[in-house]
Design a protein around this ligand. Structure first.
Ligand code: ZN
Ligand code: ZN
Length: 369
């Protein structure tokens, strides 16, 4: 009898987790047994690129075509009519130079360690260069040379054509994909993320249950989800969002998302702070592109176990070009003082153990059964 109960327990448990994709965890991810963490033993999406360390122009190495696809995905190599070769050719070297410029690295055109470490960092799925229009540092070199009085350190960028929400749409609604069945705690993370932006511009964001009528529609998806920008599993691309007035914000369901608490103390190498990514993607929804300023929210990469939720001056300057100033904003931000919000601006779960994680995971799993 006991054996039967045990077997049933195992069956229920395996059923619960068999089709789980998204995982949301409280702060005490350290206390969660590794076998519960999704993909805990899998390597991150781009780790294999580190084996190209020291690879020189003119060499041929298996897998370089994948690295070229990476650069193609993020806008550094234009679409090629044929498949990419395994050669370290001029095309790859040129892409590397532009990439290094954008990420404030030494512009060597080589696969040095510093560059590879940056390449494999998890990041936003939005391209750094859209339709061949350069943004970030690489797109600013000409103005640096031609404008004598170019003293600003601003590196924010916009989408081509500078799309923004029109002046008659200043009070926007946001909704969550009903299929995800997100808890109120997870939704509150987004509420906090929206508040970072509404604090500095005259826009408001209100949650609605009418997902299909919402201005902004937020959903967790796995792999290919129909918009031509498939997610890639653990780390790699974390999320992406569309320019105004599309309103679509998509997050990779397969990440180990940390919903509350101090992600920096997580023992799980692939733990990703949900609010940090949400604040970044909302910047895209509002019309910002990527920035070369590493402290900026709109910098493309964020390491796992990192929390960055406060707008930097670069973010504020960029978004206020699009929408103007919130009259209530006093012009100060903690982002450039070196302080980082590690406690969070929303009520954050402070319980211990993995009981809640299990509840969240099982709750989520049941939606997929
Ligand atoms: Zn981005
Ligand atoms: Zn998508």
């Amino acid at each position: 009898m006991k054996f039967q109960v045990f077997v049933i327990a195992i069956w229920v448990f395996s059923l619960s987790f068999a089709s789980v994709s998204a995982r949301f965890f409280p702060n005490n991810i350290t206390g969660i047994p590794p076998w519960i963490l999704h993909n805990a033993t899998k390597t991150a999406a781009w780790d294999a690129f580190t084996r190209f360390a020291g690879c020189r122009p003119g060499e041929r190495r298996d897998g370089l075509s994948k690295l070229k696809r990476y650069f193609n995905y993020f806008g550094y190599i234009p679409n090629s009519p044929s498949n990419f070769t395994e050669d370290f050719d001029d095309q790859l070297e040129k892409a590397l130079r532009t990439y290094q410029q954008n990420f404030n690295l030494n512009v060597t055109g080589e696969l040095d360690n510093q560059t590879l470490q940056q390449i494999v960092r998890p990041r936003c799925g939005n391209a750094d260069i859209v339709n061949g229009t350069t943004s970030m540092n690489s797109g600013r070199s000409s103005s640096l040379h031609t404008t004598q009085h170019f003293h600003t350190t601003a590196h924010y960028s916009f989408f081509p054509g500078t799309p923004r929400w029109p002046s008659n749409r200043r009070d926007l609604t946001y909704g969550f994909l009903p299929d995800n069945g997100l808890s109120d705690e997870i939704k509150a993370v987004f509420t906090s993320a929206f508040q970072k932006w509404s604090a500095v511009i005259p826009l408001t964001f209100t949650q609605t249950d009418s997902y299909f009528l919402a201005d902004i529609r937020i959903g967790f998806y796995s792999g290919d989800h129909g918009d031509g920008e498939p997610f890639d599993g653990i780390l790699g691309t974390l999320a992406h969002a569309f320019s105004p007035t599309s309103g679509r914000l998509h997050l990779d369901m397969e990440e180990n998302w940390v919903v509350s608490g101090d992600v920096t103390r997580s023992s799980q190498a692939s733990a990703v702070d949900l609010e940090s990514v949400a604040v970044h993607e909302i910047g895209h929804l509002l019309g910002l592109g990527h920035s070369s300023v590493e402290d900026a929210i709109m910098y493309p990469s964020i390491s796992s176990r990192t929390r960055k939720v406060e707008l930097a001056n670069d973010d504020i300057q960029g978004i206020q070009v699009l929408y103007g100033n919130n009259p209530e904003f006093n012009g100060t931000t903690t982002a450039n003082t070196g302080e980082r919000d590690t406690s969070g601006g929303v009520p954050r779960y402070s319980g211990s153990g993995w009981g809640l994680a299990l509840l969240l995971a099982v709750g989520f799993a049941s939606l997929f059964l």
